[in-house]
Design a protein around this ligand. Structure first.
Ligand SMILES: *[C@@H]1O[C@H](CO)[C@@H](O)[C@H](O)[C@H]1NC(C)=O
Ligand SMILES: *[C@@H]1O[C@H](CO)[C@@H](O)[C@H](O)[C@H]1NC(C)=O
Ligand SMILES: *[C@@H]1O[C@H](CO)[C@@H](O)[C@H](O)[C@H]1NC(C)=O
Length: 410
C-alpha cells in the first residue's frame, strides 16, 4: 500500500512538473548574456547607459508599434488555438544615439539589438513564439529615431465562440506586454495593418484592431483579430446528410406496416445515422459553455429517428402477436380439427378480430406518421429560430472573477 501511495505521489509530481511552463511566450531578450557585464565596474559607461530605457522626463517614452499581420493559418477549433505570422515595427526616439550630421554625414546606421535599449515583448496568450531573427538589427537616424523590425510566428490560445458553428465569428486577442518596464517609463501606441494575401483559408480575418488597454501597470498593447468561418464544407458534409436521412426516414413511414422491409429500412437508416453521429461528435469541439448548436440539433435528429424506428418495431410486434393469437386461438376447437385446416372454412370470429386489430394498428401508425411529420417540421423551425436569435454569453473567466485575477500586474 505504501508503494502504491509513493507511486501516485511520484506520478502527481511528474504531472505538475510537465503541466506548468509551456503556456508563456518566450521573452525576446535573453538576459543571461548581459548579467555579468552589468556588475563589472570596468565596463564602459556609455554602453551600460545605452541599454537603459531612454528617459523622457516625467512622461513615459512613447514607442510607436506597427503590426503587419501577414498570415493567419491553422485555426484549430478543437484545441482552441490559432497560428499567425506578424511583423512588428517598433520606433522610438533615443537622443543618446543622435549624432551631428554635419560632422559625420551618414543618413543612418544599423546597430545590433543588444547594444541599445529595446523593449522586451511577451505575448500573454502564446503557447509558443518563434522570433525568426534571433539577433535583429536596429536602424538609427542622425536625430536618434530608432526603428526595429521583428518577425515572429506564434501559436496563441483563443476562446472561439462556436455557438453558430459552421458560420461562427470570433475575436482573438494577442496581448503584448513589456514586462521589463513599468507604465511610468514606457507607453505603446499601436496600429495594425492587414497584409494577408492568401485567401485559401477556412477562417478569414474580417477585421483587425489594436488597442492599448488603459490603467495597466505594465506597458501593453493588444491586437484583435476577427476571424470568420467561411467553410462550406461543414454545411455540405454535415447538414445535407442529416437532412437527407430525416427525409428518407419520413418517407419510410409511407411503406405499409405489414411489409417486413419497413423495419429493415428504418433500422438501416438508424444504424447509418449512428455511424454518422459518432464521427460528427468527434469533429465538433466542446466547451464548458456555448457549445455548437449543431450538437443539439443532431442529437434531436437521433432521437427522432430512434422514436420512428421504435414505433415501427412496436406496431409490427403488436400486429404479429395479433396474427399469432388469431392463428392459434381457433385451432384447439374440435370444429377446426374436424374440417382440417381453418383456412378452408374460416371462423366467423377470426377475421373480424384480426381485421379490427389490424385497422387499429394502421390507424395508430397513421396518427403517428402525422405527429412525426409535424414534430420534424416543428423541430426544424425551432432550430432555425434558435440559430437566428440565440446568442451566447460565456461564463465569466475564472481569472476575472477573483479579486487578484486578470492581467499580470506588477
Ligand atoms: C515624451 O513625452 C511627451 C508627452 O507625453 C511626448 O509627446 C513625447 O513624444 C515623448 N518623447 C519621447 C521621446 O517619447
Ligand atoms: C555640428 O557640428 C558643426 C561643425 O562642428 C557645428 O557648427 C554645429 O553646431 C553642430 N551641431 C550641433 C547640433 O551640435
Ligand atoms: C480581447 O480584449 C478585449 C479588450 O481588452 C476584451 O474586452 C475582450 O474580452 C478580449 N477577448 C478575448 C476573447 O479575450
Amino acid at each position: 500500500k505504501m508503494a502504491l501511495q509513493l507511486l501516485i505521489h511520484v506520478a502527481l509530481l511528474r504531472l505538475s512538473a510537465t503541466a506548468g511552463p509551456s503556456v508563456q511566450g518566450r521573452d525576446f531578450r535573453t538576459p543571461a548574456v548581459a548579467w555579468p557585464s552589468y556588475f563589472d565596474l570596468n565596463w564602459p559607461q556609455e554602453v551600460q547607459e545605452t541599454i537603459q530605457i531612454p528617459n523622457n522626463g516625467s512622461a513615459p517614452l512613447l514607442v510607436d508599434v506597427r503590426v503587419f499581420v501577414s498570415n493567419v493559418f491553422n485555426v484549430d477549433i478543437l484545441r482552441y488555438t490559432v497560428s499567425s505570422m506578424l511583423l512588428l515595427r517598433l520606433s522610438w526616439l533615443d537622443t543618446r544615439l543622435a549624432w551631428n550630421a554635419s560632422v559625420r554625414p551618414r543618413r543612418a546606421i544599423t546597430l545590433p539589438w543588444d547594444s541599445l535599449w529595446t523593449p522586451g515583448l511577451t505575448i500573454q496568450e502564446a503557447l509558443w513564439v518563434d522570433w525568426q531573427d534571433q539577433s535583429p538589427r536596429a536602424r538609427v537616424d542622425p536625430d536618434g529615431h530608432v526603428d526595429l523590425y521583428l518577425t515572429l510566428t506564434t501559436e496563441t490560445n483563443c476562446d472561439f465562440e462556436l455557438l453558430h458553428f459552421p458560420r461562427d465569428q470570433s475575436d482573438c486577442n494577442l496581448s503584448f506586454y513589456a514586462l521589463g518596464n513599468t507604465a511610468l517609463e514606457l507607453e505603446f501606441r499601436a496600429h495594425a495593418v492587414n497584409e494577408i494575401v492568401s485567401v485559401k483559408r477556412e477562417y478569414v480575418v474580417r477585421d483587425l484592431k489594436t488597442q492599448v488597454p488603459p490603467q495597466q501597470l505594465v506597458p501593453c498593447f493588444q491586437v484583435t483579430l476577427r476571424l470568420q468561418n467561411t467553410a462550406l464544407k461543414a454545411i455540405i458534409a454535415l447538414l445535407v446528410p442529416g437532412e437527407a436521412l430525416l427525409l428518407a426516414d419520413m418517407c419510410g413511414g409511407l411503406l405499409p406496416l405489414q411489409a417486413t422491409e419497413r423495419i429493415a429500412y428504418k433500422v438501416t437508416l438508424l444504424l447509418g445515422y449512428l455511424v454518422f453521429h459518432s464521427s460528427l461528435v468527434q469533429a465538433l469541439p466542446s466547451s464548458s459553455s456555448c457549445n455548437p448548436l449543431l450538437i443539439y440539433y443532431f442529437t434531436v435528429l437521433l432521437l427522432l429517428l430512434f422514436a420512428s424506428t421504435m414505433e415501427t418495431v412496436l406496431l409490427a410486434a403488436l400486429l404479429a402477436r395479433g396474427d399469432l393469437r388469431a392463428k392459434s386461438g381457433p385451432s384447439p376447437t374440435p370444429r377446426a380439427e374436424q374440417h382440417g385446416h381453418g383456412d378452408s372454412e374460416p371462423n366467423p370470429e377470426e377475421p373480424r378480430v384480426k381485421g379490427s386489430r389490424r385497422s387499429q394498428a394502421e390507424a395508430a401508425d397513421h396518427v403517428f406518421f402525422l405527429v412525426y411529420v409535424v414534430g420534424v417540421v416543428c423541430s426544424q423551425f425551432f432550430f432555425i429560430g434558435l440559430w437566428m436569435w440565440a446568442t451566447c454569453k460565456s461564463d465569466p473567466a475564472p481569472g476575472k472573477a477573483v479579486p487578484h485575477g486578470g492581467q499580470p500586474r506588477l
